[in-house]
Design a binder for this molecule. Structure first.
Ligand code: ADP
Ligand code: MG
Length: 399
């Protein structure tokens, strides 16, 4: 869970090599519990930025604050032990068993043997590997298994923040996917803060709660994945995301109000049944939404019910049905469309926060949107669906 407490912040940081900035104007705030991904092309300054956090590199300019204190005020060796670090080739010592590798830092911290043994068993379990692996050497494990050890070792240590520099870059896609799940699960359950470098947008979108996009040593955009997808800062970011993801993201934030038809056929409670029939024929529909005089949605009435109960003395209020589902104008389609499609409603009325009837979402318009999200923006070539939006065909039993 992300809290609002800052753990690291960069203030106007630059790293300059022989007059050439590797990174400059870096201002980032990392909060506790965040999963931050630095993403950018090779040479954009991701590693340099990350390594300044634990003083593997010293900034040329600016300040970095770690837990409220300038990192210069910490002893560099102790700082590095306080901050976990995972690299691509897992950093396991080849001549040490998995168990010794896992308990390397606890040993430095002078834990008791008993405590270290307990930790080793705990970790191998977290890595989802058998206990017998503890006595093996790294070379006896596959690359993916070695990296599982590297990941749990870093995550299970008593460090609140872990730096990971393209840790899964050398792994095949399936192993990589499994390790991403592992690191994400551990991060969430253990409540760690992770700073993760990648050049893979899929990886960043899968893992990150906070993405920092870098290009040529500068931060181009720094925001949540959602906000970046919704508002890419420039063409570089758009290219990095790709057209397909942008389209998908756009569909994901469509609200009911964006696709509803306005002015659905409706009638007020006090009107007579013959007036209702007349309204239906005028709109070529067999069902009307029912509102009170101030347009608050009350229910619906359909032709079949009128046929069954017709009397010229009855009004809409006598026989309308009030058991209908409705959606709010500002609710996201992604949250409502599946429900509507699955339950087989032909249409769903749309109301504002005061329950005023303002529109209608038809099954056909939803199908269009879902179709666009899956297949892209092409015309839907189903003539039957083409003009459904204003003609309300009979609602389902619950509608
Ligand atoms: P990334 O991790 O995004 O691939 P780096 O942070 O490794 O990028 O490098 C950023 C830039 O800084 C690159 O242009 C790189 O050549 C330069 N750079 C990195 N380390 C050094 C160094 N020790 N000396 C000179 N230039 C360096
Ligand atoms: Mg790098």
């Amino acid at each position: 869970m992300a809290t609002t407490k800052e753990i690291v912040s960069f203030r106007d940081v630059a790293k300059i090599y022989r007059g050439r900035p590797a990174v400059s104007d870096v201002n980032i705030t990392i909060k506790e519990g965040e999963f931050v991904c630095f993403i950018g092309t090779s040479g954009s300054g991701k590693t340099t930025t990350m390594r300044m956090i634990n003083r593997m590199l010293e900034p040329t300019k600016g300040t970095i604050i770690f837990k409220g204190k300038n990192i210069r005020k910490y002893d560099p060796v102790r700082l590095r032990r306080t901050i976990g670090y995972v690299i691509q080739n897992n950093g396991l010592m080849p001549h040490m068993t998995i168990k010794d590798n896992i308990t390397l830092v606890p040993k430095l911290l002078k834990w008791s043997q008993e405590k270290m043994d307990k930790k080793a068993h705990e970790l191998i379990k977290l890595a989802e590997l058998p206990d017998s692996y503890l006595d093996m050497f790294p070379a006896e494990l596959s690359g993916g298994q070695q990296q599982r050890i590297g990941v749990v070792r870093a995550l299970a240590a008593d460090q609140d923040i872990i730096l990971m520099d393209e840790p899964f870059g050398a792994l095949d896609p399936i192993t990589r996917d499994n390790l991403q799940d592992l690191v994400k699960n551990l991060q969430e359950t253990l409540g760690k803060t992770i700073v993760f470098v990648t050049h893979d947008m899929d990886e960043a979108l899968k893992l990150a709660t906070h993405i920092v996009i870098m290009d040529s040593g500068k931060i181009i955009q720094d925001d949540t994945p959602d906000n970046i997808l919704q508002h890419p800062a420039n063409d570089f970011v758009k290219d990095l995301l790709g057209e397909e993801r942008l389209l998908q993201a756009q569909q994901n934030t469509l609200s009911v109000g964006d696709i509803m038809s306005k002015n659905p056929a409706h009638i007020t409670l006090g009107r007579s049944l013959s007036e209702a029939i007349w309204e239906m024929s005028r709109h070529h529909v067999d069902s009307l939404l029912v509102t009170d005089d101030s347009k608050k949605l009350k229910g619906y009435i359909d032709l079949e019910t009128i046929n069954d109960h017709y009397s010229k003395d009855l009004s809409v209020s006598d026989i309308y049905a009030n058991n209908l589902i409705k959606v709010r104008k500002d609710s996201f389609l992604r949250d409502t469309s599946e429900r509507i499609l699955k339950q087989g409603y032909k249409y769903v009325p749309v109301v504002d926060k005061d329950n005023t009837l303002i529109g209608i979402v038809t099954r056909a318009s939803l199908v269009n949107v879902v179709y666009d999200a899956i297949w892209g923006k092409e015309e839907l070539e189903n003539p039957e669906d083409a003009n459904l939006p204003v003609s309300i065909s009979k609602g389902s039993e619950n509608a």
